[in-house]
Write a protein that binds this ligand. Structure first.
Ligand code: PEP
Ligand code: MG
Length: 919
């Protein structure tokens, strides 16, 4: 049998079943028919009213991309399919009496909103236009359809920019003194079509093609080609969509939403794409319009449901009376169609088991479904929808856990504007994508991307956005547009990419050319001025508004989802916390202990500074001991606060780690000061003091401090230092235990490379611990372990494990030393370029290098467990909060990950997903 390149929607699933030899799953259908084609097939199969249509497969596109030719047999199959839809509709393509008109639409496997091309009203020429006028008894409509077709065909197929055509239409409207397209006179439309055809001929030297099959051939090629348009390529790169997939092409009988006031077109979501609520149907439509009018944002769309319409009116400050007369809902205008639509929505959501984004057209009172796809949504909506669908029994809890993306959780932990901050509100638009953003206003997408590359926060401000603006949008902190509704391009792209967006802010006038916008009252905001936008409320503020942290405790859906995740995961989640306040916060976020307390942070405490410097500079042990005695209470106090917060949970105290010079004034500064004083005040006491300090700093100076006297090496060389820390720690533990707090102290010795370092430090510190326990007269269950940060430690794990009760992978240092990249310099010098140029797949300081560093970890886990089966294994480097790295940690069998407090929720989700993925 000849290869099948074309499938009729009415039996696409059955035909594919024959071709494959098994019934295709939805994903398989999407692979071949694209999302839109699969949607058409599924909707038809489910009994929804879908205009007769067929799909050219993604495989045909791939063939075309490789060869520049249609595959053999494809065109013949297209002709057959056309015949079939001619029979279904009783119309004929190109027929001067009863013409069939079709749309040619792209549709990739995964939705790429607005990225590729669509041609509508195909099949029109002078003759069929006349027939259309007669059949619909609407001359105006036929010319309107014709001028739209000439515009789209010229723009998309011939790359003759649509702006040339739009300009003429605007001029015409101006001349006729009207505001909207439907107000243009019939004579105006007739003249416009003539003018358009003339423009085409002038541009290409030949008349506009009248043969419908030639129109079809060229349009299919154009849609195939649009797969490789720069904006589509950029989008795929951002979304990690493979370039070799190709797009399907859908040929669909045209139905018209612009056949008069009993016709309409719109889009709706089965649940709110912004909040996830589903108390009513969320969507917008326009009476007497074609789909592009809804998206273009040139007319204000009406709300589909009555409740939605009332809420919208309230937000816009429109009275109920004005709403009813000027912007009634579909529910009010066409109640029967609305009821039918509700039934279809419910059916499609149950079929797809997810929130749907649907396009519909009402042609003279008859509802047609044109498209359904899984809707893009904000982080908040994603979590709510997953939890609600599970609670409604549509999906399982496990599926809900897998559906929430780690980035969604990260997004939900992001800040919003402080309600008490001083704000100067200058305008309000539509709250199109939630989140708070502060940045400088930039009026062009290219400049926005460029400015963001320089490390500045940008708010992209546009009259409205189009696919060309996407790279600039993705680089921005937020997007503000003057025109367009909740389903406008700006809103859809922003929501899909977690970018705060205020759209349809009609109160401002954006002049991109002059690089400024004017707010009510004449206030002018120019490029470079800082503004703040609130995607939760739609407000726009002048200047930078203070941000506050996300309120986790009020995010009930997220909390529910994470409780489900906790029931699934086997990997523990601890936190890296240095202060009691961090520890308390992490507990609220669900941390199960502290995996890393970097005690050196306590050394920076202002109250202890003096003693710390004296401890380092001490010339005698006596002087040092005295300084250490002074430091001890500060350490102890913080430890007590941490134990209190972590009541019942383990707390890992990591002994002093950085090189000592970090606690002294910088060498360069001292050299400068000393030089200056030698010239200006050579006999001053100040100079003598600075010279002494400089001598000490010079003594401590190292060429490679990260590989120098730090970690356990410092503990060994500075007598009394780690003893003091251990004493402070156990005094805090014992004293808390006496107050009834359940303490689980764990002492972590950093940067061990040879087992003897560990043996030496551990035995010394265990003695101190024991001494304190005896002094305090209360037993506490302490354990001692080490970090694995030096490759040699990983390679000799068997030996080391004999002397450690736990290992914690310090993957920051382990990455530094495995790669030989300085963790302080690499990113600024070459690493980001490495990633950009594809030399490295990603930044190994953010995402664990599973092949190299990961290999060391595997060896370490295996040898460590073989030598000491009870050893507790964790990770506390930055990778402990990165979802991909967490997946790896699960796979190699670690007991827990530890990450910063704000990443604890994402780690809980990622750990559960890892478990489910590898079950
Ligand atoms: C590490 O090296 O991964 C680690 C957690 O320690 P630090 O970042 O403090 O060196
Ligand atoms: Mg380290």
């Amino acid at each position: 049998m000849a290869k099948r390149w074309v499938y009729l929607s009415r039996n696409a699933k059955e035909t594919l079943t024959e071709v494959l030899g098994h019934e295709p799953a939805l994903d398989e259908m999407k692979e071949i028919f694209g999302g839109k084609g699969a949607g058409l097939a599924a909707m038809t199969a489910a009994g929804a009213p879908v205009p007769p249509s067929f799909t050219i497969t993604t495989e045909a596109c791939v063939y075309y991309m490789e060869t520049g030719e249609f595959p053999e047999g494809m065109w013949e199959q297209i002709l057959e399919a056309m015949q079939d839809i001619e029979e279904q509709t009783g119309k004929q393509f190109g027929d001067p009496e009863n013409p069939l008109l079709v749309s040619v639409r792209s549709g990739a496997r995964q939705s790429m909103p607005g990225m590729m091309d669509t041609v509508l009203n195909l099949g029109l020429n002078d003759e069929t236009r006349a027939a259309l006028a007669e059949l619909t008894d609407n001359e105006w409509f036929s010319y309107d359809a014709y001028r739209r077709f000439v515009t789209m065909f010229s723009d998309i197929v011939m790359h003759f920019d649509r702006e040339h055509f739009e300009e003429r239409l605007d001029e015409l409207k101006h001349k006729e003194g009207v505001r909207t397209d439907p107000q243009v006179s019939l004579e105006g439309m007739v003249g416009l079509v003539q003018e358009y055809k003339g423009m085409y001929k002038d541009e290409f030297g030949e008349p506009f093609p009248t043969d419908p099959y030639k129109q079809l051939d060229l349009s299919i090629r154009a849609v195939f080609d649009s797969w490789n348009a720069p904006r589509a390529v950029a989008y795929r790169e951002h979304e990690d969509i493979p370039h070799h997939w190709g797009t399907a092409v859908n040929i669909c009988t045209m139905v018209f939403g612009n056949m008069g006031n009993d016709s309409a077109t719109g889009v709706a979501f089965s649940r709110s794409p912004s909040s996830g609520e589903h108390d009513y149907l969320y969507g917008e439509f326009l009476v007497n319009a074609q789909g592009e009018d809804v998206v273009a944002g040139t007319r204000t769309p009406q709300q589909v449901s009555l409740e939605g319409s009332r809420e919208w009116a309230e937000r816009q400050g429109i009275s109920e009376q004005e709403r009813k007369s000027g912007y009634p809902s579909l529910e009010e205008l066409m109640p029967d169609v609305y009821a039918q639509y509700l039934r279809i929505v419910d059916m499609l959501e149950r079929y797809y088991r997810d929130m749907q984004d649907m396009e519909f057209t009402i042609e003279r009172g008859t509802l047609w479904m044109l498209q359904t796809r899984t809707g893009k949504r904000t982080a908040k909506a994603a979590v709510k929808i997953a939890v609600d669908l599970a609670n409604e029994g549509i999906i399982s809890r496990t599926e809900a856990i897998m559906r929430a993306e780690p980035e969604h959780v990260e997004q939900l932990m992001r800040p919003s504007f402080d309600p008490d901050a001083e704000k100067q509100r200058i305008a309000r638009g539509l709250n199109a994508s939630p989140g708070a953003a502060v940045g400088i206003a930039i009026f062009d997408a290219g400049r926005a991307a460029e400015t963001a590359r320089q490390g500045k926060d940008v708010i992209l401000v546009r009259p409205e956005t189009s696919p060309e603006d996407v790279p600039g949008m993705l680089a921005s902190q937020g997007v503000l547009t003057q025109k367009g509704g909740a389903t406008s391009h700006a809103a859809v792209v922003a929501r899909g990419n977690n970018i705060p967006c205020v759209a349809g802010c009609e109160e401002i006038t954006v002049e991109s050319g002059n690089r400024r916008f004017t707010a009510p009252g004449g206030m002018v905001v120019s490029e470079g001025d800082t503004i703040s936008i609130d995607g939760f409320t739609g407000e726009v503020f002048l200047g930078a508004v203070d941000l506050i942290e996300a309120d986790y405790s009020r995010q009930t859906d997220l909390i529910t989802l994470l409780v489900w995740a906790d029931e699934v995961r086997s990997l523990g989640v601890r936190t890296n916390a240095d202060y009691p306040v961090d520890a308390r916060r992490a507990i609220d976020f669900g941390a199960e202990g502290i995996g890393l307390c970097r005690t050196e942070h306590m050394f920076f405490d202002e109250r202890a500074r003096d003693a710390v410097v004296r401890m380092i500079l001490a010339e005698t042990q006596e002087e040092r001991d005295q300084a250490l005695d002074e430091m001890l209470p500060f350490q102890e106090q913080d430890f007590e606060g941490i134990f209190e917060a972590m009541d019942g949970k383990p707390v890992i105290m990591r002994l002093i780690d950085p090189p000592m010079h970090e606690f002294l004034p910088p060498r360069e500064e001292l050299i400068e000061e000393v030089t200056r004083l030698r010239c200006t005040d050579p006999d001053s006491e100040d100079l003598a003091e600075k010279e002494k300090m400089l001598r000490e700093v010079n003594n401590l100076w190292e060429v490679n401090p990260m590989m120098g006297l730090r970690g356990c090496r410092a503990g060994i060389m500075y007598k009394g230092l780690t003893e003091m820390q251990t004493r402070a720690y156990f005094q805090a533990a014992c004293r808390c235990a006496k107050r009834g707090i359940d303490v689980h102290p764990e002492v972590m010795i950093p940067l061990v490379g040879h087992v003897n370092e560990l043996i030496l430090e551990r035995s010394k510190l265990e003695e101190v611990a024991q001494q304190v326990i005896e002094e305090e007269g209360i037993e506490v269950p302490a354990i001692f372990g080490t970090m694995i940060e030096v490759p040699r430690a990983a390679l000799t794990a068997g030996e080391i494990a004999g002397h450690a009760q736990f290992f914690s992978f310090g993957t920051n240092d382990l990455t530094q030393m495995t790669y030989g990249y300085s963790r302080d310099d690499a990113e600024g010098k070459f690493l980001l370029q490495y990633v950009e140029r594809g030399i490295l797949p990603n930044n190994p300081f953010q995402t664990l290098d599973q092949v190299g560093v990961g290999r060391l970890m595997e060896i370490c886990v295996e040898d460590g467990r073989a030598a000491n089966p009870d050893i507790e294994l964790g990770i506390c480097g930055e990778h402990g909060g990165d979802p991909d790295s967490i997946d790896f940690c699960h796979r190699i069998g670690l007991d827990y990950v530890s990450c910063s407090p704000y990443r604890v929720p994402v780690a809980r989700l990622a750990a559960a997903q890892a478990k489910l993925r590898h079950e």
